[in-house]
Design a protein around this ligand. Structure first.
Ligand SMILES: *[C@@H]1O[C@H](CO)[C@@H](O)[C@H](O)[C@H]1NC(C)=O
Ligand SMILES: *[C@@H]1O[C@H](CO)[C@@H](O)[C@H](O)[C@H]1NC(C)=O
Ligand SMILES: *[C@@H]1O[C@H](CO)[C@@H](O)[C@H](O)[C@H]1NC(C)=O
Ligand SMILES: CC(=O)N[C@H]1CO[C@H](CO)[C@@H](O)[C@@H]1O
Length: 428
């Protein structure tokens, strides 16, 4: 390339990357010690007043801090409000732009080191690469892998999933294990986990894992929110919702898909405000993406034994219901969730939390309209939410950690899948 063109491209790249993060100038990330559910309530209340972005609520049970991003004009009000309530806090990241830039350069360094030979579960791949990988596997392993297009997103991107089965997905004696990732756009580290699971089942099935294909059919959906995911790459790394716009209501884009399901809709800690990160949408299933997920659950309901909605971050395995009523088979759900957490913990890094396992309302914070509660209420025996580790980086998990998260999470998925088989045979 001509040097002048190179220089211009570099300036352009630098400019794009700097201006992309500009909106976070002066934003700060805080840790806040949470001692009770009421403290989370208090934070939630402040959130609406002070335009906070609550990356994660705290858990009094698991002794975990909340992680909260605060805009520059509200730092003082925010810290004053914490002091008023006697909440301890610390600055986790004084300069969010710096953290974003450092994450970005980390990603490009990681990619350069890859020499174009790595598979898309080893880095933060773009949607096109993820879809290409899925297509390639479907072509290369037609006896095991079927690529299904669930439909399009609002902006017309395909929402794809893979069915993986060595019995043509037709054996009624096999349970289905279904999981999805990247429902929230900025939770990038979840999608590699899905692609790695596909890899382990299809391209790299070990002798010791043969039972996972013999005894189970799989549905794996790596990017539930493709518009939001791409937007988080091109425009705003911190985007959470989808990219829908209801111009009659508001100028703000996006719905929190995990508040949009038809269960306790709008009851607990979802937002009616279209500008909020937890906006629940104009009604249950107003969003195309949540409807696609609903339809998969309904289509395969008779055989789905376990559904897992995978998020980042916090090291939790959670289950319903968020209205403080436990499902009747809670003992079995807890057993499967605890197995999952323990298997992940057995491979965890020292810096990571141990997994906390329990009801989402009691362990963390109640939310309404989640796919977890929807699936549980629909009749999926084990419906879980898995929150992956962040190693203290929040959503900006450096790519060096991807192989670790893939490996440990796969151990948890495999263990819970094996347990599902026994319960399915006994119809629990
Ligand atoms: C987002 O929300 C809009 C409307 O609220 C919906 O029509 C659309 O299907 C959703 N999905 C995407 C990817 O925008
Ligand atoms: C937009 O909002 C209005 C008012 O709540 C609602 O009646 C309408 O169905 C919404 N449209 C979409 C596409 O969600
Ligand atoms: C909570 O929701 C579940 C599932 O819909 C329902 O069975 C239960 O009765 C509800 N509990 C309360 C207290 O409303
Ligand atoms: C701010 C808010 O809506 N908080 C609610 C969260 O959910 C709990 C449990 O239902 C309610 O008690 C809070 O009022």
């Amino acid at each position: 390339m001509d040097l002048k063109i190179l220089a211009i491209s570099l300036i352009y790249l630098f400019h794009v990357s700097a201006s992309k993060h500009e909106k976070y100038t002066g934003y700060t990330l805080y840790n806040v010690e949470i001692l009770s559910q009421e403290d989370n309530e208090y934070i939630k209340g402040l959130g609406d007043l002070l335009e906070l972005d609550v990356w994660q609520f705290g858990s009094p049970l698991a002794a975990r801090d909340a992680t909260i991003m605060v805009p520059p004009h509200n730092h003082d009000l925010f810290t004053k409000a914490l002091i008023d309530r006697g909440l301890k806090y610390s600055v986790k990241e004084a300069d969010v732009v710096r953290a974003l830039s450092s994450f970005e350069s980390d990603c490009s360094r990681w990619s350069k080191g890859r020499n174009n030979v790595q598979q898309p579960f080893t880095y933060y791949a773009r949607l096109a690469e993820i879809n290409a990988y899925m297509e390639r596997l479907a072509q290369q392993y037609p006896n095991i892998v079927t690529l299904v297009n669930a439909g399009l997103s609002t902006e017309g991107r395909p929402i794809n999933y893979l069915k993986i089965s060595n019995s043509n997905f037709e054996d009624p004696t096999k349970p289905i294990y279904f999981f999805d990732t990247t429902m929230h756009a900025r939770e990038w580290v979840t999608t590699p986990v899905a692609l790695y699971a596909v890899h382990k089942l299809v391209e790299n099935l070990e002798e010791a894992d043969r039972d996972l294909l013999e005894n189970i059919d799989w549905i794996i959906l790596p990017v539930l929110n493709p518009d939001g995911y791409e937007f988080s790459h091109t425009d705003d790394r911190m985007w959470r919702k989808n990219r829908s716009l209801n111009a009659t209501l508001s100028e703000c884009y996006g719905v929190d898909l995990n508040r949009n399901f038809d269960i306790f809709f709008g009851d607990m800690n979802a937002s009616k405000d279209p500008c909020s990160g937890a906006y629940h949408g104009s009604g249950p299933f107003s969003e195309i993406e949540s409807r696609h997920l609903r339809d998969i659950l309904h289509t395969y309901l008779d055989r789905i034994q376990t559904y897992v909605n995978i998020h980042s971050f916090g090291n939790y395995v959670l289950y319903g219901f968020d209205n403080a009523t436990l499902p009747v088979n809670v003992a079995q759900i807890h057993h499967v969730g605890a197995l999952m957490g323990a298997h992940i913990d057995s491979l965890k890094l020292p810096v990571a939390y141990h997994y906390a396992v329990g009801n989402s309302k009691f362990v963390l914070y109640p939310a309404s309209g989640t796919s977890q509660d929807y699936a549980q209420n629909l009749g999926v025996p084990f419906s879980l939410t898995l929150e992956l580790p962040d190693f203290r980086y929040g959503f900006l998990v450096p790519p060096e950690y991807i192989p670790q998260i893939n490996r440990e999470t796969w151990a948890g998925i495999a263990a819970s899948a094996r347990a599902s088989v026994l319960f399915y045979r006994n119809r629990i």
